[in-house]
Design a protein around this ligand. Structure first.
Ligand SMILES: [Zn+2]
Length: 416
């Protein structure tokens, strides 16, 4: 991709109304554009990152048996009344059509997927079943000032599992935990498995939390053992501690730290909570009617993008891990090196390397500054000096080391 043709340019200054680090960096880098509070357009670079994140999620969901579907955003009011959430779900968007009918804009899809499964699940032979989707969700957040970390319209992967017994649900829940750990590892984040309350979903749940200074959640985390709890459910003793303070781990007695974090995923054992209102049952091997046990597993994919931007960036700009970077290489031509840079560009592209090629007619300072801000994993610079020697400068975004090497050597490094 030639930078001069790319839609969405870098900005010298962050938009005035953006307070959060993730939104400032993503707006400056040309990844997103804010339409209104908590609602963003993903520009070409942003769309590529989001798609790569979502494809990683797809691969890991397929690995644990997930089948992808796509459910509607508009959901009938009756389904939400049936579960009691029409009135209880405080961030639910309720939309009135011109003829007076009311519908919900989906913030989650238990009210759709449970009645859907009911139409196809009859016997124990139809179970277990794992359905997921990646879709745009809506939540009417009171405060939406944290960029992609708290959107009113956002992308989410939601997986729903259906089981013939609690034991089967519990076994799959553990499998899903492992799949989640793989996803966060692949996108370059260290996520803490955290005990939390279930909110409107279930009695208890697990969250995957990433330590972020601007995070809205408070965690009590022990680095010695696996203890990690969200402030919402923590005991009264621990609740007295504030962010930055230390306490004693109730599990192992070691130092407990209190940190700010943002939730990037959550998993719940719903059991019969949504099966009962929709009479989602099956016939067991003895011909007896039993209730289907359900689990649900969410990952905010756009929030994940915001979290990566926030956690992995430095003072110069973004730093995308290779698996989610919009392009692998930022090729920069300086001075009068364009003919040689063109040759490098064509060779890299022909070898299947994803390249963003900055061939604009502007200063070296602007181009190199933009390369740091956009944050691709590798930078290849062609200058008059390197062109004279048929060489390029190769530098990783995460390192200060610069290597002057030939195109062939560059290709050897880039094409594994
Ligand atoms: Zn501990």
């Amino acid at each position: 991709m030639r930078y001069s043709e790319l839609f969405g340019k870098t900005l010298r200054e962050a938009p005035r109304d953006e307070e959060s680090k993730n939104a400032q960096l993503l707006a400056r880098g040309g990844y997103v554009n804010k339409l209104m509070s908590g609602v963003y357009t993903f520009l070409p670079l942003g769309t590529r990152v989001l798609t790569k994140i979502e494809n990683i999620v797809r691969e890991e969901m397929a690995a644990i048996g997930g089948q992808e579907i796509l459910m509607p955003t508009m959901q009938p009011k009756e389904n939400w009344v049936a579960t009691g959430r029409w009135d209880d779900f405080d961030v639910l968007y309720k939309v009135k059509s011109p003829d007076g009918r009311e519908v919900a804009l989906g913030p989650t899809h238990e009210e759709v997927v449970a009645p859907l499964a009911k139409q196809y699940v009859q016997s124990y032979k139809d179970l277990p079943l794992y359905l997921y989707q990646i879709q745009t969700k809506f939540r009417d957040e009171l405060r939406a000032k944290n960029g992609l970390l708290r959107g009113r319209e956002f992308r989410m992967k939601d997986l729903y599992s259906f089981h013939s017994s609690v034991e089967d649900l519990e076994a799959y829940y553990e499998k899903a935990k492992q799949a989640y750990a793989k996803i966060f590892d692949r996108v370059g984040l260290k996520a803490l498995l955290t005990e939390a309350s279930g909110g409107t979903f279930s009695k208890y749940s697990h969250e995957f939390q990433v330590q972020v200074e601007s995070g809205e959640d408070v965690l009590y985390h022990c680095s010695k053992c696996s203890f990690c709890q969200n402030k919402e459910i923590v005991s009264a003793d621990l609740d007295k501690l504030k962010v930055g303070e230390a306490g004693v781990c109730p599990k192992c007695g070691e130092n407990l730290e209190v940190v700010s974090a943002t939730e990037v995923g959550n998993i719940f054992q719903l059991k019969n909570k949504y099966s009962d209102p929709f009479k989602l049952t099956f016939l067991d091997s003895d011909g007896q009617t039993q209730t289907v046990m359900m689990g649900c597993y969410g990952i905010g994919t756009s929030r994940l993008m915001g979290t990566i931007a926030e956690v992995l960036s430095d003072e110069k700009g973004l730093r995308w891990p290779e698996e989610v970077a919009p392009y692998k290489v930022h090729l920069v031509s300086l001075g009068k090196s364009m003919p040689f840079a063109n040759e490098v560009y064509h060779k890299l592209v022909s070898a299947g390397v994803e390249v963003l090629y900055d061939e604009r007619d502007c200063s070296a300072g602007v181009k190199l500054g933009d390369a740091d801000l956009v944050g691709l994993p590798l930078r290849v610079v062609v200058s008059d000096k390197t062109a004279a020697e048929n060489k390029v400068e190769l530098k990783a975004r995460n390192s200060e080391e610069v290597r002057v090497i030939s195109i062939d050597e560059t290709l050897e490094i880039l094409v594994k």
